[in-house]
Write a protein that binds this ligand. Structure first.
Ligand SMILES: *Cc1c(COP(=O)(O)O)cnc(C)c1O
Length: 399
């Protein structure tokens, strides 16, 4: 392809992303290669999506088999692979039913629709509000953007969809404001991913769950980023001793094949009857196959216990580095969603890592977000720590 054609095609893509100056063309396991054949350690996992690494064998095989049989089938017909994936998700969680869609925002949209309908079905038409929390991230569609309590996401897009009330995260004293008579649901992440890698405090979330239960307010957990083993359990809620009424998934569910899901307990799920919601592509045979292979691999290959051991080691190493360098203010997170907070913008560190052929992300301005594939090896982690020490000694990239 000539340069002019290349440039034209780049210019034709809408500029909604501030893109890194790397073009990735191939991936295998924890590594990706750019168009100049440089090899990078990928500790972004496509933002917590390629949880099994790039091109995982089991998912590849399952998708190849399905590719020969049937690609798409309308949701007006029964889809066996969808039934199987729903079975795997419900057997391995406290939820009973699954609605399939294509992304995290769509999964949250489904949850928000369910919450509104649920209030009416339960004889509470005055309950029209959903409580979400500051620094949250729930998606970029009109409604999920309004659910996201971050000014920068709203900027330029007013008037926002009504019906969301924002409360401070991890703040015990404001919990009394959750049940004000007009709340049908709360929606929250257990580790805020985009908002700075902030984990929910156990006492706070348990109190919140109690309030929801007493007032018949739906507890809806957005596990789009924390789900599918990322935190060391299949779902993050398992570590808090709570049971959500609704749970949303996407990113890691299909190992990179687009799929989203909203799971609900039977009583809540009953609000979405035929004709109330739908999706053309949601849980199509290819997407469902990717989901089945992903969850089966996580469970069969004991990946969760590896995440626990390896992430503890990684966190200890990062904490030791923090002791040596004043520029690091905090190391936090659960399992393989780890945030390193700096006293300045994380961007210069991200660039320094990229120059050492390591890809990492930010979460807010000053937080470096590390999202290794769950399958990363001890050896790869050791390499990463060596490079981390180099970056710190060199003081990030201040150019
Ligand atoms: C990424 C993300 C979303 C949005 O998912 P999309 O697939 O980009 O629509 C929603 N919630 C959380 C917690 C996320 O991390």
């Amino acid at each position: 392809m000539s340069d002019t054609v290349m440039n034209q095609s780049i210019d034709s893509v809408m500029k909604t992303y501030q893109r890194f100056p790397v073009t990735l063309v191939k991936g295998k396991g924890s590594y990706v290669w750019d168009d100049k054949e440089n090899k990078y350690l990928d500790y972004t996992s496509g933002i917590a999506t390629c949880n099994l690494g790039h091109v995982p064998e089991n998912v590849h095989q399952k998708l190849s088999e399905q590719l020969e049989k049937l690609w798409h089938c309308s949701n007006l017909y029964e889809i066996p692979s969808q039934n199987q994936l729903a079975g795997l998700l419900t057997e391995n969680s406290c939820l009973d039913q699954v609605f399939f869609c294509n992304s995290g925002a769509e999964a949250n949209e489904a949850a928000i629709k369910l919450a509104k309908k649920y209030a009416k079905d339960k004889g509470h038409p005055e309950r029209t509000e959903i409580v979400t929390f500051q620094q949250s991230f729930h998606g970029r569609t009109g409604i999920t953007m309004a659910a996201t309590a971050q000014e920068k996401i709203h900027h330029g897009f007013t008037p926002l969809t009504q019906g969301f009330r924002y409360l401070p995260y991890n703040d015990l004293s404001s919990l009394e404001q959750v049940h004000n008579g007009s709340t049908t649901a709360v929606l929250l992440e257990l580790v805020q991913g985009e908002g700075g890698v902030n984990a929910a405090d156990s006492e706070w979330i348990n109190k919140l769950a109690e309030i929801c239960k007493e007032a018949d307010i739906l507890l809806m957990i957005d596990e789009v980023q924390t789900g599918m083993g990322r935190t060391g359990t299949l779902f993050a809620y398992e570590q808090y001793g709570i049971e959500p009424d609704v749970l949303t998934l996407a990113k890691g569910l299909g190992s990179g094949f687009p799929i989203g899901a909203m799971l609900a307990k039977e009583e809540a799920g009953a609000s979405l009857q035929p004709g109330t919601h739908g999706s053309t592509f949601g849980g199509n045979p290819l997407a469902a196959s990717a989901g089945i292979a992903t969850i089966e691999t996580i469970l069969k290959e004991d990946i969760l216990s590896k995440v626990k051991t390896n992430s503890e080691w990684l966190k200890q190493q990062l904490e030791a580095i923090m002791q040596e360098h004043d520029a690091i203010k905090d190391v936090r997170g659960t399992g393989f969603i780890i945030g390193v907070e700096f006293d300045s913008e994380a961007a210069s560190y991200i660039q320094a890592f990229r120059e050492k052929r390591v890809l990492v992300l930010s979460a807010g301005a000053n937080v470096l977000r590390i999202l290794p594939p769950l399958t990363t090896t001890k050896r790869e982690l050791e390499d990463f720590i060596l490079l981390f020490k180099e970056v710190m000694t060199e003081g990030g990239n201040k150019s």
